[in-house]
Design a protein around this ligand. Sequence first.
Ligand SMILES: Cc1cc2nc3c(=O)[nH]c(=O)nc-3n(C[C@H](O)[C@H](O)[C@H](O)COP(=O)(O)OP(=O)(O)OC[C@H]3O[C@@H](n4cnc5c(N)ncnc54)[C@H](O)[C@@H]3O)c2cc1C
Length: 301
Amino acid sequence: MSIKPSLINYRNTHIIPFRFEYYEPGSLKEVFEILEKLGNAAKILAGGTDLLVKMKTRQVEPKALVNIKRIKELKGIVDEGDRIRIGALTTLRELEESSLIAMHLPALHDAVKQMASIQIRNMATIGGNLCNASPAADTAPPLLVHEALVKTASIEGERIIPITEFFKGPGLTVLKPTELLVEIIVNKENGSSAFSKMGRTAMDLAIASVAIYLKTRGDVVEDVRVAAGAVAPTPIRCPRTETMLKGRMINEVSVELVRVIEEEVKPISDVRATAEYRRHLVKILAYDVFHKAVERSRGGT
Ligand SMILES: Cc1cc2nc3c(=O)[nH]c(=O)nc-3n(C[C@H](O)[C@H](O)[C@H](O)COP(=O)(O)OP(=O)(O)OC[C@H]3O[C@@H](n4cnc5c(N)ncnc54)[C@H](O)[C@@H]3O)c2cc1C
């Protein structure tokens, strides 16, 4: 009697069901040359935690993959005294383990700690999270409130772009098909920051997320920046909420006061939540994150 595999084994969804060319360049120059030659036909592969899932489900079918993991200059976190440079290939796990990030960009540290699983965080990169351009990308709101700059490069040279101008819509950025995100640059500031999100389960993308940067003078909010995720076609800054909070006494900041954020966001209803629930949630998150940032500004963790 022979044992036969069940039919399900013939329908393994974990395979990539089409042919593609594969490149593994050893230098940035080589990457640029390949991208210049292939243009739209090629996709950059970093950690692959978004891209390979999309390829397996045939949402994207690139003719070629350009794996950039061997390019050393895209890796690592550099302390430059007054600013921090984060290479696009820096993994979420490296960010989570960095005391420099925890000290100077606490909102980003909060975000990477809450993302996916350790296995995914070991593979996934910050560049991939930004370039995938999900409205729910968790590293985006922290970088928005820390007013990060992103550096891109191609055969034509480099560009420095404020992160506020990087996202164009769901899955869309200002990057040209021949261009690579190279690094993220953030100035060190003496305020505090925090981030929080709510998902359906521990491993799910956010239903809504909020990051806040805060600088206080005594009990007064001297400066504040607010950003939200998963509540608009791109991660967004919330200038009306910022205006509402600036100059206030800390103890007068209530859920009612941050209610204005409900009017700034433009959520949709989808599998994760209704637009109404997202509006409600973003207001509660804004209140909580504000007070978490206050606590940090007073020496808490
Ligand atoms: C189980 C699971 C849980 C997840 N949980 C979360 C979560 O909680 N929060 C969250 O935000 N995300 C989550 N993700 C999504 C994903 O892990 C992250 O978005 C991750 O940071 C993507 O990085 P990557 O290096 O794997 O990108 P890749 O998949 O390699 O690339 C993503 C996209 O960016 C492009 N790209 C990558 N790097 C560059 C570059 N340097 N220049 C130009 N283009 C580039 C690629 O071509 C591709 O289009 C989850 C994914 C899984 C599978």
